[in-house]
Design a protein around this ligand. Structure first.
Ligand SMILES: Cc1cc2nc3c(=O)[nH]c(=O)nc-3n(C[C@H](O)[C@H](O)[C@H](O)COP(=O)(O)OP(=O)(O)OC[C@H]3O[C@@H](n4cnc5c(N)ncnc54)[C@H](O)[C@@H]3O)c2cc1C
Length: 412
């Protein structure tokens, strides 16, 4: 086990043996991932080697239910594992989120939702196919939802449409910021069933093979941070997928989004990990323990001690809220838990970037050279509060509205 001060849960948090083993497994892979992170960032290239390691370690099946041959991790276990990954390579953790949640949402989350017996049977048949691809073939799934409209914010139907055709569906549209573009074997696309009037209730969740006829990856990828996610644009032109491509039955994604709100907190563990990494770096740097740096021992200055204390307080505030949010996660959470989930997401995303900013200010100029990880952590952390549907702005928007209004209330 790494130094418990820099573990996601600390040394006294109650963990099941399975969770402890998973954390240790990721900690054992972490140093290799950290070593490769600089190259993926510089090249803006996908972390293929890390995925080979994740596959080998059986972690592609983390959120595949045990009855389908996976490790059966729930949202809480996934989040702790993902945050641990985030300490070592933000881009790997963020893309792993897309894959792992493609397994979790049709798995443990869907088991909590209402389905007719026919829907449940159909879902079991379809998800067995998706899970087999991952467990048997090592397939990777992506989650391209964003379109540059109000859809990814959960405020409008997706403009990408699925039209019923014989034996399946024909998909047309465009997805922006598709992490794992060109690397995923399947893209789990949210689209709207093509009807005269598009409705969010008709959202379909379809796995499109990476080599499907009519699917193309376009545009370049040269962003500020999270460069290894390779989040380019996908264009779908009359892409045929069979019925079994459905990752959730018709109408069930809409139900999940309304009844399992913590499903949208799953991007935050990556940034929790980055926050921890920035604090760990700062302490080690000031103690003169960072390899490749001159012996800059600055810890005797009161200003440094105060700055580290400020970092520590903010880190613990963030980590406590993160762990509390995970305890709240369930279907139909009470209103206080829902509000806390928004507050936790806001706090983690904003504090991760603020901690990196403080870390650079505290360590000084040499710490932001590209040979060290801190400037990358800073750039990667900037992306957290931009991730839809729960951007920092939209979390505030939801807290303000939902704290002041009960469902159905208005001022008219
Ligand atoms: C590194 C990275 C990886 C990503 N990977 C993925 C991925 O794999 N899959 C995926 O689906 N997306 C992904 N995204 C996209 C991300 O979730 C957002 O969709 C994207 O950042 C939105 O950018 P935009 O300029 O289109 O924002 P806009 O839609 O223009 O929104 C800008 C801001 O306005 C606010 N806003 C938006 N809509 C509303 C509204 N209706 N009401 C009030 N305020 C609103 C929000 O705060 C938002 O941040 C990724 C983004 C990044 C940076």
């Amino acid at each position: 086990m790494s130094d418990p001060r820099y573990s996601v849960v600390g040394s006294t948090y109650a963990l099941e043996p399975k969770q402890r083993a998973l954390i240790e497994l990721v900690e054992s892979l972490g140093p290799r991932f950290a070593e490769r992170a600089e190259r993926y960032d510089r090249e803006a290239s996908f972390p293929h080697e890390n995925y080979a390691d994740l596959r080998q370690a059986g972690l592609l099946g983390l959120c595949v239910p045990e009855k389908f041959g996976g490790r059966g991790a729930d949202l809480r276990t996934y989040s702790i594992v993902s945050a641990t990954l985030g300490k070592y390579c933000g881009a790997t953790a963020l893309t792993y989120n897309m894959h792992a949640c493609s397994m979790l949402w049709p798995g443990a989350l869907s088991d909590d939702l209402d389905m007719t017996p026919a829907q449940r049977a159909e879902h079991d048949k379809h998800r067995a196919i998706h899970y087999q691809r991952v467990i048997r073939d090592g397939a990777i799934y992506a989650q391209p939802f964003s379109e540059g409209s109000a859809a990814a914010a959960g405020r409008a139907p997706f403009g990408t449409t699925a039209t019923r055709v014989s034996g399946g569906w024909s998909i047309n549209g465009k997805k922006i910021f598709a992490s794992l573009s060109g690397a995923a074997h399947y893209y789990g696309v949210l689209c709207t069933e093509a009807k005269p009037e598009l409705s969010m209730r008709d959202t379909l969740y379809m796995a499109v093979p990476g080599n499907a006829h009519g699917l193309s990856v376009v545009g370049d990828w040269d962003p500020l941070g999270m460069r290894g996610t390779v989040s380019r644009t996908l264009v779908f032109k009359d892409v045929f997928v069979p019925d079994e491509a459905q990752m959730m039955p018709r109408g069930i994604y809409f139900q999940a989004a309304s009844r399992w709100p913590h499903m949208f907190t799953t991007l935050s563990p990556t940034y929790m990990g980055i926050a921890i990494a920035a604090c760990e770096f700062t302490v080690r740097y000031l103690r003169g323990e960072v390899e490749g740096t001159p012996p800059v021992k600055r810890r005797m200055y009161p200003t440094k001690q105060i700055a580290v204390a400020q970092l520590w307080v903010k880190l613990e505030q963030t980590r406590c809220l993160f762990l509390r949010m995970l305890e709240d996660a369930r279907v139909d959470p009470p209103k206080d838990a829902r509000l806390r989930a928004y507050a936790a997401q806001f706090t983690i995303m904003e504090n991760a970037n603020d901690l990196c900013r403080l870390a650079i200010r505290t360590c000084g100029g040499q710490s932001m050279l590209k040979a060290l990880p801190l400037e990358r952590l800073y750039r990667d952390s900037r992306c957290g509060s931009l991730m839809l549907p729960w951007t920092a702005e939209l979390c505030l928007d939801r807290i303000g509205r939902e704290a002041l209004y009960e469902p159905g209330e208005s001022d008219d």
